[in-house]
Ligand binder design. Structure first.
Ligand code: G6P
Length: 374
Protein backbone atom coordinates (compact mmCIF):
# COMPACT_ATOMS: atom_id res chain seq x y z
CA UNK A 1 0.00 0.00 0.00
CA UNK A 2 2.79 2.45 0.87
CA UNK A 3 4.38 1.76 -2.53
CA UNK A 4 1.10 2.73 -4.21
CA UNK A 5 0.88 5.96 -2.20
CA UNK A 6 4.42 6.95 -3.19
CA UNK A 7 5.41 10.25 -1.60
CA UNK A 8 1.88 10.86 -0.24
CA UNK A 9 0.38 10.04 3.15
CA UNK A 10 -3.06 9.11 1.85
CA UNK A 11 -4.73 8.03 -1.39
CA UNK A 12 -7.06 11.02 -1.26
CA UNK A 13 -4.09 13.38 -1.15
CA UNK A 14 -2.32 11.49 -3.93
CA UNK A 15 -5.41 11.54 -6.12
CA UNK A 16 -5.93 15.28 -5.58
CA UNK A 17 -2.34 15.88 -6.68
CA UNK A 18 -2.66 13.53 -9.66
CA UNK A 19 -5.36 15.70 -11.23
CA UNK A 20 -3.23 17.62 -13.75
CA UNK A 21 -1.98 14.31 -15.20
CA UNK A 22 -5.40 12.63 -14.95
CA UNK A 23 -7.07 15.50 -16.83
CA UNK A 24 -4.41 15.24 -19.55
CA UNK A 25 -5.16 11.51 -19.82
CA UNK A 26 -8.89 12.21 -20.22
CA UNK A 27 -8.09 14.49 -23.17
CA UNK A 28 -5.28 12.42 -24.71
CA UNK A 29 -5.99 11.45 -28.33
CA UNK A 30 -9.41 13.10 -28.10
CA UNK A 31 -8.53 16.77 -28.32
CA UNK A 32 -6.84 16.80 -31.70
CA UNK A 33 -4.17 19.46 -32.30
CA UNK A 34 -3.19 21.21 -35.53
CA UNK A 35 0.42 21.57 -36.70
CA UNK A 36 0.89 24.69 -34.58
CA UNK A 37 -0.23 22.90 -31.42
CA UNK A 38 -3.64 24.56 -31.14
CA UNK A 39 -6.66 22.37 -30.41
CA UNK A 40 -8.56 21.81 -33.63
CA UNK A 41 -11.33 19.31 -32.98
CA UNK A 42 -12.61 16.60 -30.68
CA UNK A 43 -12.57 12.92 -31.58
CA UNK A 44 -14.46 10.48 -29.38
CA UNK A 45 -14.12 7.01 -30.91
CA UNK A 46 -16.58 5.39 -28.51
CA UNK A 47 -19.38 7.78 -29.44
CA UNK A 48 -18.95 9.01 -32.99
CA UNK A 49 -21.39 6.47 -34.47
CA UNK A 50 -24.13 7.69 -32.17
CA UNK A 51 -23.50 11.45 -32.30
CA UNK A 52 -26.15 12.11 -34.98
CA UNK A 53 -28.78 10.15 -33.03
CA UNK A 54 -27.97 12.06 -29.85
CA UNK A 55 -28.27 15.38 -31.69
CA UNK A 56 -31.75 14.35 -32.83
CA UNK A 57 -32.87 13.43 -29.31
CA UNK A 58 -35.83 15.16 -27.72
CA UNK A 59 -33.83 15.76 -24.54
CA UNK A 60 -30.68 14.73 -22.71
CA UNK A 61 -30.90 13.28 -19.22
CA UNK A 62 -27.77 13.25 -17.04
CA UNK A 63 -27.92 10.63 -14.31
CA UNK A 64 -25.65 9.45 -11.48
CA UNK A 65 -25.15 9.36 -7.70
CA UNK A 66 -23.01 11.33 -5.25
CA UNK A 67 -20.02 13.07 -6.77
CA UNK A 68 -20.88 11.75 -10.22
CA UNK A 69 -24.25 13.50 -9.99
CA UNK A 70 -22.46 16.71 -8.98
CA UNK A 71 -20.36 16.50 -12.12
CA UNK A 72 -23.63 16.38 -14.08
CA UNK A 73 -24.70 19.61 -12.38
CA UNK A 74 -21.36 21.16 -13.32
CA UNK A 75 -21.81 20.37 -17.00
CA UNK A 76 -25.53 20.97 -17.50
CA UNK A 77 -25.25 24.61 -18.51
CA UNK A 78 -22.66 23.92 -21.20
CA UNK A 79 -24.68 21.00 -22.54
CA UNK A 80 -27.72 23.25 -22.83
CA UNK A 81 -25.69 25.98 -24.49
CA UNK A 82 -23.89 23.81 -27.04
CA UNK A 83 -26.59 21.25 -27.89
CA UNK A 84 -29.60 23.60 -27.58
CA UNK A 85 -31.54 20.63 -26.23
CA UNK A 86 -33.38 20.47 -22.93
CA UNK A 87 -31.04 18.89 -20.39
CA UNK A 88 -32.43 17.45 -17.17
CA UNK A 89 -30.66 15.94 -14.18
CA UNK A 90 -31.68 12.82 -12.32
CA UNK A 91 -30.34 11.17 -9.20
CA UNK A 92 -30.34 7.48 -10.10
CA UNK A 93 -32.23 6.35 -7.01
CA UNK A 94 -34.92 8.95 -7.69
CA UNK A 95 -35.42 7.69 -11.25
CA UNK A 96 -36.35 4.35 -9.74
CA UNK A 97 -38.49 5.80 -6.96
CA UNK A 98 -40.49 7.99 -9.34
CA UNK A 99 -40.54 5.62 -12.31
CA UNK A 100 -39.58 8.68 -14.43
CA UNK A 101 -41.12 9.01 -17.86
CA UNK A 102 -38.24 8.14 -20.23
CA UNK A 103 -38.85 7.79 -23.96
CA UNK A 104 -37.33 6.28 -27.08
CA UNK A 105 -36.15 9.68 -28.29
CA UNK A 106 -34.35 10.52 -25.03
CA UNK A 107 -30.59 10.22 -24.58
CA UNK A 108 -29.64 9.20 -21.04
CA UNK A 109 -26.05 9.78 -19.99
CA UNK A 110 -24.99 7.70 -16.99
CA UNK A 111 -22.00 8.96 -15.05
CA UNK A 112 -20.08 6.70 -12.69
CA UNK A 113 -16.52 6.36 -11.46
CA UNK A 114 -16.79 2.68 -10.55
CA UNK A 115 -19.32 1.69 -13.19
CA UNK A 116 -20.83 -0.61 -10.58
CA UNK A 117 -23.13 1.62 -8.49
CA UNK A 118 -26.35 -0.36 -8.09
CA UNK A 119 -28.74 2.59 -8.32
CA UNK A 120 -27.10 3.91 -11.48
CA UNK A 121 -27.05 0.46 -13.04
CA UNK A 122 -30.73 -0.12 -12.22
CA UNK A 123 -31.64 3.31 -13.64
CA UNK A 124 -29.71 2.37 -16.78
CA UNK A 125 -31.63 -0.90 -17.13
CA UNK A 126 -34.85 1.04 -16.64
CA UNK A 127 -33.91 3.61 -19.32
CA UNK A 128 -32.95 0.82 -21.72
CA UNK A 129 -36.28 -0.89 -21.18
CA UNK A 130 -37.97 2.41 -22.12
CA UNK A 131 -35.97 2.45 -25.37
CA UNK A 132 -33.77 5.49 -24.57
CA UNK A 133 -30.27 5.71 -26.03
CA UNK A 134 -27.88 5.06 -23.12
CA UNK A 135 -24.42 6.64 -22.96
CA UNK A 136 -21.81 5.91 -20.25
CA UNK A 137 -19.23 8.29 -18.79
CA UNK A 138 -17.31 5.77 -16.73
CA UNK A 139 -13.84 5.44 -15.25
CA UNK A 140 -13.64 1.67 -14.89
CA UNK A 141 -13.19 -0.17 -18.17
CA UNK A 142 -15.18 -3.39 -18.38
CA UNK A 143 -17.50 -2.38 -15.51
CA UNK A 144 -21.21 -3.24 -15.55
CA UNK A 145 -22.32 0.27 -16.59
CA UNK A 146 -19.67 0.49 -19.26
CA UNK A 147 -20.82 -2.86 -20.71
CA UNK A 148 -24.53 -2.13 -20.52
CA UNK A 149 -24.52 1.28 -22.25
CA UNK A 150 -24.90 1.66 -26.04
CA UNK A 151 -21.82 3.84 -26.31
CA UNK A 152 -19.72 6.15 -24.18
CA UNK A 153 -16.47 7.70 -23.08
CA UNK A 154 -14.09 6.27 -20.52
CA UNK A 155 -12.69 9.06 -18.44
CA UNK A 156 -9.22 7.44 -18.13
CA UNK A 157 -8.48 9.09 -14.77
CA UNK A 158 -6.59 6.01 -13.52
CA UNK A 159 -7.61 3.93 -10.51
CA UNK A 160 -9.24 5.95 -7.75
CA UNK A 161 -8.84 4.31 -4.35
CA UNK A 162 -9.86 6.98 -1.80
CA UNK A 163 -13.56 6.60 -1.04
CA UNK A 164 -14.14 10.31 -1.57
CA UNK A 165 -13.99 10.93 -5.29
CA UNK A 166 -11.58 13.68 -6.37
CA UNK A 167 -9.81 13.15 -9.68
CA UNK A 168 -12.77 11.23 -11.12
CA UNK A 169 -14.94 14.33 -10.52
CA UNK A 170 -12.72 16.73 -12.43
CA UNK A 171 -12.10 14.19 -15.20
CA UNK A 172 -15.82 13.47 -15.55
CA UNK A 173 -16.42 17.17 -16.13
CA UNK A 174 -13.63 17.29 -18.72
CA UNK A 175 -14.95 14.15 -20.49
CA UNK A 176 -18.41 15.69 -20.65
CA UNK A 177 -17.02 18.97 -21.99
CA UNK A 178 -15.53 16.87 -24.80
CA UNK A 179 -18.92 15.22 -25.39
CA UNK A 180 -20.68 18.61 -25.53
CA UNK A 181 -18.04 19.86 -27.99
CA UNK A 182 -18.37 16.84 -30.22
CA UNK A 183 -22.17 17.09 -30.25
CA UNK A 184 -21.96 20.70 -31.47
CA UNK A 185 -19.16 20.40 -34.02
CA UNK A 186 -21.44 21.25 -36.95
CA UNK A 187 -22.69 24.48 -35.41
CA UNK A 188 -21.25 27.49 -37.21
CA UNK A 189 -22.66 30.00 -34.74
CA UNK A 190 -20.81 28.28 -31.91
CA UNK A 191 -17.46 28.10 -33.67
CA UNK A 192 -15.74 30.82 -31.62
CA UNK A 193 -17.11 29.63 -28.31
CA UNK A 194 -16.11 26.03 -29.09
CA UNK A 195 -12.65 27.15 -30.10
CA UNK A 196 -12.21 29.15 -26.87
CA UNK A 197 -13.23 26.11 -24.84
CA UNK A 198 -10.86 23.81 -26.74
CA UNK A 199 -7.89 26.15 -26.20
CA UNK A 200 -9.01 26.50 -22.56
CA UNK A 201 -8.93 22.72 -22.16
CA UNK A 202 -5.30 22.66 -23.29
CA UNK A 203 -4.37 25.07 -20.49
CA UNK A 204 -6.46 23.32 -17.85
CA UNK A 205 -3.89 20.81 -16.47
CA UNK A 206 -1.43 23.68 -15.93
CA UNK A 207 -4.07 25.77 -14.14
CA UNK A 208 -4.98 22.87 -11.83
CA UNK A 209 -1.28 22.42 -11.09
CA UNK A 210 -1.07 26.09 -10.19
CA UNK A 211 -4.01 25.63 -7.81
CA UNK A 212 -2.30 22.75 -6.03
CA UNK A 213 0.38 25.24 -4.93
CA UNK A 214 -2.24 26.62 -2.54
CA UNK A 215 -1.84 23.53 -0.36
CA UNK A 216 -0.06 25.32 2.51
CA UNK A 217 -2.68 28.09 2.58
CA UNK A 218 -5.44 25.50 2.83
CA UNK A 219 -3.66 23.66 5.62
CA UNK A 220 -3.58 26.97 7.50
CA UNK A 221 -7.28 27.55 6.83
CA UNK A 222 -8.08 24.00 7.96
CA UNK A 223 -6.24 24.70 11.21
CA UNK A 224 -8.46 27.72 11.73
CA UNK A 225 -11.64 25.78 10.96
CA UNK A 226 -10.93 22.43 12.54
CA UNK A 227 -13.17 22.88 15.59
CA UNK A 228 -16.16 24.17 13.60
CA UNK A 229 -19.40 22.21 13.52
CA UNK A 230 -20.81 23.60 10.32
CA UNK A 231 -19.69 25.20 7.06
CA UNK A 232 -21.80 26.77 4.32
CA UNK A 233 -20.66 26.99 0.70
CA UNK A 234 -22.41 29.30 -1.78
CA UNK A 235 -22.09 29.01 -5.55
CA UNK A 236 -24.23 29.63 -8.62
CA UNK A 237 -24.25 29.03 -12.37
CA UNK A 238 -21.23 27.02 -13.44
CA UNK A 239 -20.19 26.85 -9.79
CA UNK A 240 -23.33 25.62 -8.09
CA UNK A 241 -21.77 22.17 -8.48
CA UNK A 242 -18.58 23.43 -6.80
CA UNK A 243 -20.60 24.40 -3.72
CA UNK A 244 -22.37 21.02 -3.60
CA UNK A 245 -19.26 18.97 -4.26
CA UNK A 246 -17.13 21.01 -1.81
CA UNK A 247 -19.77 20.48 0.89
CA UNK A 248 -20.01 16.76 0.08
CA UNK A 249 -16.24 16.40 0.50
CA UNK A 250 -16.25 18.24 3.83
CA UNK A 251 -19.07 16.15 5.24
CA UNK A 252 -18.02 12.74 3.92
CA UNK A 253 -14.38 12.82 4.98
CA UNK A 254 -13.94 15.57 7.58
CA UNK A 255 -17.27 14.61 9.20
CA UNK A 256 -18.28 18.24 9.55
CA UNK A 257 -21.80 19.28 8.66
CA UNK A 258 -21.67 21.25 5.47
CA UNK A 259 -24.22 22.54 3.00
CA UNK A 260 -23.71 23.58 -0.60
CA UNK A 261 -26.22 26.29 -1.44
CA UNK A 262 -27.33 27.85 -4.71
CA UNK A 263 -26.49 31.50 -4.01
CA UNK A 264 -29.70 32.63 -5.70
CA UNK A 265 -31.62 30.86 -2.94
CA UNK A 266 -29.76 32.63 -0.12
CA UNK A 267 -32.63 34.97 0.69
CA UNK A 268 -35.06 32.07 0.87
CA UNK A 269 -33.77 30.53 4.08
CA UNK A 270 -29.99 30.18 4.42
CA UNK A 271 -29.54 33.87 5.31
CA UNK A 272 -31.14 33.11 8.67
CA UNK A 273 -28.09 31.04 9.62
CA UNK A 274 -25.59 33.82 9.03
CA UNK A 275 -23.87 35.32 12.06
CA UNK A 276 -20.30 36.22 12.97
CA UNK A 277 -19.45 32.62 13.93
CA UNK A 278 -20.54 30.47 11.01
CA UNK A 279 -17.77 30.09 8.39
CA UNK A 280 -19.10 30.68 4.87
CA UNK A 281 -17.25 30.00 1.64
CA UNK A 282 -18.46 31.92 -1.41
CA UNK A 283 -17.31 30.80 -4.85
CA UNK A 284 -17.16 34.09 -6.74
CA UNK A 285 -14.69 33.72 -9.57
CA UNK A 286 -15.14 36.04 -12.51
CA UNK A 287 -17.86 34.85 -14.89
CA UNK A 288 -21.34 35.94 -15.97
CA UNK A 289 -22.56 35.60 -12.36
CA UNK A 290 -19.86 37.84 -10.88
CA UNK A 291 -22.00 40.88 -10.12
CA UNK A 292 -24.72 38.78 -8.55
CA UNK A 293 -22.11 37.07 -6.38
CA UNK A 294 -20.73 40.45 -5.39
CA UNK A 295 -24.15 41.36 -4.11
CA UNK A 296 -24.33 38.04 -2.22
CA UNK A 297 -20.99 38.86 -0.57
CA UNK A 298 -22.29 42.34 0.34
CA UNK A 299 -25.40 40.87 1.95
CA UNK A 300 -23.42 38.29 3.90
CA UNK A 301 -20.99 40.98 4.99
CA UNK A 302 -23.87 43.21 6.14
CA UNK A 303 -24.88 40.35 8.48
CA UNK A 304 -21.37 40.02 9.86
CA UNK A 305 -20.74 36.75 7.98
CA UNK A 306 -17.34 35.12 8.51
CA UNK A 307 -16.31 34.95 4.86
CA UNK A 308 -13.87 32.92 2.81
CA UNK A 309 -13.94 33.91 -0.86
CA UNK A 310 -12.69 31.92 -3.84
CA UNK A 311 -11.87 34.58 -6.44
CA UNK A 312 -10.05 34.79 -9.78
CA UNK A 313 -6.33 35.55 -9.55
CA UNK A 314 -6.70 39.02 -11.09
CA UNK A 315 -9.67 40.07 -8.94
CA UNK A 316 -9.40 43.39 -7.12
CA UNK A 317 -13.06 44.06 -6.26
CA UNK A 318 -14.04 41.30 -3.82
CA UNK A 319 -11.43 42.22 -1.23
CA UNK A 320 -12.83 45.76 -1.27
CA UNK A 321 -16.36 44.40 -0.86
CA UNK A 322 -15.32 42.25 2.12
CA UNK A 323 -12.00 43.54 3.54
CA UNK A 324 -11.87 41.02 6.42
CA UNK A 325 -12.56 37.97 4.27
CA UNK A 326 -9.99 35.23 3.71
CA UNK A 327 -9.26 35.41 -0.02
CA UNK A 328 -8.30 32.31 -2.01
CA UNK A 329 -7.08 33.12 -5.52
CA UNK A 330 -7.40 30.61 -8.35
CA UNK A 331 -6.35 30.83 -12.01
CA UNK A 332 -9.05 32.14 -14.34
CA UNK A 333 -10.10 29.77 -17.10
CA UNK A 334 -13.02 29.61 -19.55
CA UNK A 335 -16.25 29.94 -17.49
CA UNK A 336 -17.47 26.40 -18.24
CA UNK A 337 -14.13 24.93 -17.13
CA UNK A 338 -13.79 26.99 -13.96
CA UNK A 339 -15.51 24.34 -11.82
CA UNK A 340 -12.56 22.01 -12.50
CA UNK A 341 -10.16 24.56 -11.00
CA UNK A 342 -12.41 25.85 -8.21
CA UNK A 343 -13.01 22.49 -6.58
CA UNK A 344 -9.27 21.98 -5.95
CA UNK A 345 -8.97 24.32 -2.92
CA UNK A 346 -12.09 22.72 -1.44
CA UNK A 347 -10.66 19.22 -1.93
CA UNK A 348 -7.45 20.32 -0.21
CA UNK A 349 -9.38 21.98 2.60
CA UNK A 350 -11.47 18.87 3.26
CA UNK A 351 -8.36 16.68 3.14
CA UNK A 352 -6.51 18.80 5.72
CA UNK A 353 -9.59 19.18 7.92
CA UNK A 354 -9.92 15.38 7.98
CA UNK A 355 -6.32 14.74 8.93
CA UNK A 356 -6.31 17.49 11.59
CA UNK A 357 -9.54 16.15 13.08
CA UNK A 358 -7.99 12.69 13.28
CA UNK A 359 -10.32 10.93 10.82
CA UNK A 360 -9.59 8.46 8.07
CA UNK A 361 -9.87 10.25 4.74
CA UNK A 362 -9.42 7.15 2.59
CA UNK A 363 -12.10 5.11 4.33
CA UNK A 364 -14.59 7.41 6.03
CA UNK A 365 -16.89 5.73 8.52
CA UNK A 366 -20.08 4.14 7.16
CA UNK A 367 -19.19 4.80 3.50
CA UNK A 368 -18.03 2.53 0.67
CA UNK A 369 -16.18 3.31 -2.53
CA UNK A 370 -18.66 1.44 -4.60
CA UNK A 371 -22.24 1.01 -3.41
CA UNK A 372 -23.41 -2.17 -5.09
CA UNK A 373 -26.69 -2.54 -3.23
CA UNK A 374 -29.80 -0.47 -3.84
C1 G6P B 1 -20.32 6.27 -3.36
C2 G6P B 1 -18.94 6.89 -3.21
C3 G6P B 1 -18.94 8.29 -3.82
C4 G6P B 1 -19.42 8.24 -5.25
C5 G6P B 1 -20.78 7.55 -5.38
C6 G6P B 1 -21.11 7.24 -6.82
O1 G6P B 1 -21.23 6.95 -2.57
O2 G6P B 1 -18.59 6.96 -1.85
O3 G6P B 1 -17.64 8.82 -3.78
O4 G6P B 1 -19.50 9.52 -5.78
O5 G6P B 1 -20.77 6.29 -4.72
O6 G6P B 1 -20.18 6.31 -7.30
P1 G6P B 1 -19.82 6.07 -8.80
O7 G6P B 1 -18.78 4.99 -8.78
O8 G6P B 1 -21.09 5.61 -9.47
O9 G6P B 1 -19.33 7.34 -9.36
Amino acid sequence: ESIMKGEFDHFMQKEIFEQPEAISSTMRGRLVLDVLGAAERVMLGGMSQFAATIRRSRRIILCGCGTSYNSAIAIRQLFEELTELPVTLELASDVLDRRCPFFRDDTCIFISQSGETADTLKALEYAKAKGALCVGIVNTVGSAISRATDCGVHINAGAEIGVASTKAYTCQIVAMVLVALSLSEDSRSKHTRRDDIMQGLLKLPGCVKECLKMDAILLELAQELKEEHSLLIFGRGFNYATALEGALKVKEVALVHSEGILAGEMKHGPLALVDKHMPIIVVCTNDGSYEKQQSVVQQLKARDGRLILIVSDDDTEMEKTAPDAVILRVPKVEDCLQAVVNIVPLQLLSYHLTVLRGHNCDQPRNLAKSVTVE
